[in-house]
Design a protein around this ligand. Structure first.
Ligand code: CMC
Length: 389
């Protein structure tokens, strides 16, 4: 028709149809392929939900066993890739390391990454699920200046990840089952969230015919921003700053309401949820339990609860439907587990990977996939002549 609607931030524009994830933001409902997130978080495993998201149904025991086995067999990174990590500055942010290394990983598989070849697509789902946690742990080790460990493929997905992060050379690493279970639950909660900024990025890159590595590394970069996945890191920094400044929580909330220096309550608000984020409900409920089981007493958890209580009873937050989102309480738990703050968003990325892969595959299979190419409203100068010389 020639009519172009202006929709900043895509508030009113659906970019795709999808069968993967359903959200009702008014009611605070999240379902994957029809299954409520609460049931998946309580009963399922990370890889089972990954399969569900990617292939559409819960796997049979045989399918899940084979999927798990294949992933275990593909955890090793090419030895040359290790040199890549040592070339990066020691203070590099782990999210930048994760995204760059994902790009670098693609160079080993450029002749095995044809988006139109279903075998390549399935194989790269396995490769990315197997290798990204290893890269993530290496990013953590790089930040700590510690030696890398090789994956131990006798361990499950989350257990292997914990060992790679916290194990040290020449000492056996004892898995803490409480920690493994808690981390698995958190990862499940992050697996997919329909057309958020990073997933939309993955789909846009996919729409050009680019492969899964290209799309996922772009998705990681999109996730890194503080308004998206970077919020979990920002929440912990915010809590630390309030504590260190000696400012009261109530005074901080006043500054947020007055929009002083553009300060926001990080971990609050959501484009889609106008009610309590169902993921945040589960995270909050498990925070006390996990900290207690890990024997950690962190005053930042009490501070987070106080912030929530003050905010939820305040007209500013009530009238704007601002509730805690998934990032509000996760950081306190990651900290209790021993992860440094700069690694928090990397954990989000590892959690979100199955969603990105599922959405990439749906985009690619459907070929609803015209190339993504938004329009603009031009508001610059009309035609004018270059000055005569
Ligand atoms: N603190 C204070 N005010 C806020 C906040 C906040 N966290 N979030 C929104 N508002 C205000 C905003 O200033 C605006 O007020 P006004 O009408 O007076 O201008 C109103 O609420 C509507 O906000 P918006 O920015 O138009 O909403 P949006 O849908 O464009 O943004 C958001 C959603 C998540 C980017 C935003 O709520 C935010 O910046 N939150 C803090 C960052 C954060 O926690 N991000 C994680 C999101 S959930 C997981 C993920 O995606 O990674």
């Amino acid at each position: 028709t020639g009519y172009t609607a202006l929709d900043y931030g895509f508030v009113n524009t659906a970019s795709t149809k999808s069968e993967i994830t359903y959200i009702d933001g008014e009611a605070g409902i999240l379902r994957h392929r029809g299954y409520p997130i609460e049931q998946l978080a309580a009963n399922s495993s990370f890889l089972e939900v990954a399969w569900l998201l990617i292939y559409g149904e819960l796997p049979t025991a045989d399918e899940l066993g084979e999927f798990d086995e294949k992933i275990r067999r593909h955890t090793l990174l090419h030895e040359d890739l290790k040199r890549f990590f040592s070339a990066l500055p020691s203070g590099a942010h782990p999210m930048a390391v994760l995204s760059s290394a994902t790009s670098a990983l693609s160079t080993y598989y450029s002749d095995q990454s044809d988006p139109d070849n279903p075998d390549h697509v399935d194989m790269n789902i396995i490769r990315l699920l197997a290798k990204l946690p290893v890269i993530a742990a290496y990013a953590h080790k790089t930040a700590n200046g510690q030696a890398f460990l090789y994956p131990d493929n006798s361990l499950g997905y989350v257990e292997n990840f914990l060992r790679l992060n916290f194990g040290v050379m020449s000492e056996p690493y004892e898995i803490n089952p409480v920690m493994a279970k808690a981390l698995e639950r958190l990862l499940i909660l992050h697996e997919d969230h329909e057309q958020n900024a990073s997933t939309s990025t993955v789909r846009l890159v996919a729409s050009t015919g680019a492969n899964q590595f290209a799309s996922v590394s772009a998705g990681i970069q999109a996730l890194s921003g503080p308004l998206h996945g970077g919020a979990n890191e920002a929440v912990l920094r915010m809590l630390g700053q309030i504590r260190d400044s000696g400012e009261s929580v109530a005074r901080f909330v006043e500054r947020v309401k007055n929009k002083e220096d553009g300060v926001k309550l990080m971990g609050f608000g959501h484009r889609v949820y106008k009610n309590y984020d169902p993921r945040a409900k589960i995270v909050k409920a498990s925070a006390d339990e996990v900290l207690e089981a890990l024997g950690v007493n962190d005053p930042l958890l009490d501070m987070a609860k106080e912030l929530e209580e003050i905010a939820l009873s305040d007209e500013y937050f009530q009238s704007r439907n601002l509730y805690p989102n998934v990032d509000f309480y996760t950081g306190v738990i990651y900290k209790a587990m021993g992860f440094p703050t700069s690694v928090f968003t990397v954990l989000f990325a590892i959690g979100r990977l199955p969603g990105w892969l599922a959405q990439w595959r749906e985009q690619n299979l459907d070929r609803q996939g015209k190339i993504g190419r938004p329009q603009q409203l031009y508001v610059g100068p009309a035609e004018r002549d270059y000055p005569a010389k």
